[in-house]
Design a binder for this molecule. Structure first.
Ligand SMILES: Nc1nc2c(ncn2[C@@H]2O[C@H](COP(=O)(O)OP(=O)(O)O)[C@@H](O)[C@H]2O)c(=O)[nH]1
Ligand SMILES: [Mg+2]
Length: 468
């Protein structure tokens, strides 16, 4: 049994302990082993650093950490300068707080007849407790506050609801985690890595010398792959909350039928970033995007906001058709967006269609990148914690498969999880999405540098012609 602590809670505790990565192994729990002080000592004594976690019936999760081992003494206090009490959830909501030890000489108390005791503050239970109806337990210890721990302005109600009715008490050993091997390095998953990426993308602009104001990135992929959602994900990161500017979803009316060259900005007042994400209708086996339409899109003939019409394909006679597009209208990089849950079982016909579109992109000398979406549905570890993506064998295999199917180097095949059911932005989701976006921008730079080379060559040729 793995215990009830979620990945997010474990990360929060790592942050409280001020450690990089810790491994939490469940030593003891009321529901698994029975609420008995002697069992607690049998399973938890001499185990080094531990965390005791209490879950009450009101959805509050709190407890204490000690670096020292529990032992079966007759009631001795053990000094611990790094012990602390903590709260993870309050009334069902995440509400983390750390309360450091104030009198370290009284940090924990080891008593063979009792469960975990933190200072003169939390005395959990004594002897054996019986499980009540509704699988509850009532602790028979005593909670008195502001003794050995600095509770700051937190009242007993804000800490534990002043309630001793709980659903479980767990003790985990806390040890240094052995990092799993990763198959792709991205330079860290910390908040500062995210901020760094955000600043880098914020400051990004096309190379000088070709007169380009923005990079135009076209999303191509089957209906429902997550094209509109990827734009929303990027927009959410810069706006600071999950947004739904591009309509997405699987219902008929939410399927994209307009061509939109979206700009990304932090707020209505800030300057847009120097790239546009171009969302278009999806590829379908028998209809949707075709080669002619794609050529017009790549060349920059299709006006922003153009409504696709299945019965009359776009042509130079279409209202708004941009007949003399400049480099600023053209597409500079194509990003294929594939649904990670279905890509390995794609029909032959769909694959043929995508390959035909790919060859049009290649003919224009444009860079291609593939995003694999919905990786949360492919791997449950990734669903809980996106920062495990490059430790997942399943995702690695998926990247290999897509790279083989589409003939695109693995460095240009990027797994992402879009914001979809979330209300708030999450660092792990944002970091992976921005990392992918940076790869896309770099791919668009490849095309721009080729263009710059050509322009330089032309200038040199002209220069040498005029000096002859
Ligand atoms: N779980 C999950 N769902 C996603 C992800 N990306 C998109 N979706 C969902 O897939 C559906 C289709 O997405 P949408 O962006 O409209 O696809 P589009 O047709 O390519 O624009 C929507 O219901 C999204 O919420 C993802 O990374 N994870
Ligand atoms: Mg869409």
């Amino acid at each position: 049994m793995a215990g009830k602590l979620s990945v997010v809670d474990k990360k929060q505790l790592e942050c409280f302990i001020q450690a990089d990565q810790k491994q939490f192994d469940l030593l003891y729990s009321f529901t698994r082993d029975g609420a008995d002080a002697s069992t607690f000592h049998q399973l938890c004594d001499k185990k080094g650093p531990t965390v005791t976690v209490i879950y009450n019936t009101q959805g509050t999760v709190y407890g204490g950490f000690t670096e020292n081992s529990w032992t079966s003494e007759s009631g001795v206090y053990v000094r611990d300068d790094h012990a602390f009490l903590f709260r993870l959830q309050h009334n069902g909501d995440r509400n983390p707080a750390k309360f450091p030890v104030r009198k370290p000489e009284y940090a924990i108390r080891c008593k063979n007849t009792h469960g975990p005791i933190f200072g003169a503050d939390i005395n959990t239970f004594e002897g054996a407790l019986t499980q009540e109806e509704d699988s509850q337990f009532t602790l028979n210890g005593e909670f008195t506050y502001h003794n050995s721990y600095d509770m700051r302005a937190c009242s007993i109600g804000q800490f534990s609801n002043d309630s001793l009715t709980i659903t479980d008490l767990e003790v985990y050993s806390v040890s240094d985690a052995v990092p799993l091997p990763t198959w792709r390095q991205i330079g860290g998953w910390k908040k500062q890595n995210l901020e760094h990426l955000k600043n880098e993308i914020d400051a990004w602009s096309p190379p000088h010398g070709i007169g380009l104001k923005t990079a135009n990135i076209l999303f191509l992929g089957p209906v429902g792959a997550g094209k509109s959602s990827f734009f929303n994900t990027i927009s959410s990161i810069f706006r600071g909350h999950v947004t739904g500017q591009a309509v997405c979803g699987s219902a008929e009316q939410s399927i994209t039928s307009k061509y939109r060259m979206y700009r990304v900005r932090g707020s209505a007042l800030t300057e847009p970033l120097k790239f546009r994400l171009c969302d278009t209708r999806g590829i379908e086996e028998n209809q949707g995007m075709d080669g002619t339409e794609l050529n017009y899109l790549l060349a920059g003939n299709v006006p922003n906001g153009y409504q696709f019409n299945p019965s009359t394909p776009i042509s130079p006679d279409t209202t708004g058709f941009v007949s003399s597009p400049t480099l600023n209208h053209k597409i500079h990089c194509v990003c294929f967006i594939m649904d990670g849950t279905t890509v390995s079982v794609m029909s032959e016909k769909m694959l043929e269609k995508i390959k035909a579109l790919q060859s049009k992109v290649r003919q224009k000398g444009l860079s291609q990148v593939v995003l694999i979406t919905k990786i949360d549905k492919v791997c449950s570890n990734v669903e809980e914690d996106v920062s495990t993506v490059f430790q997942s064998d399943t995702i690695q295999e998926l990247v290999d498969t897509v790279s083989n199917i589409l003939g695109i180097p693995r460095s240009h095949v990027l797994p992402v999880k879009n914001y979809e059911k979330e209300i708030n932005v999450r660092d792990d989701v944002s970091l992976l999405a921005l990392h992918s976006l940076r790869q896309i921008l770099r791919a668009s730079e490849d095309f721009m540098f080729n263009l710059l080379d050509m322009l330089d060559d032309e200038r040199e040729t002209k220069g040498s012609d005029s000096t002859e």
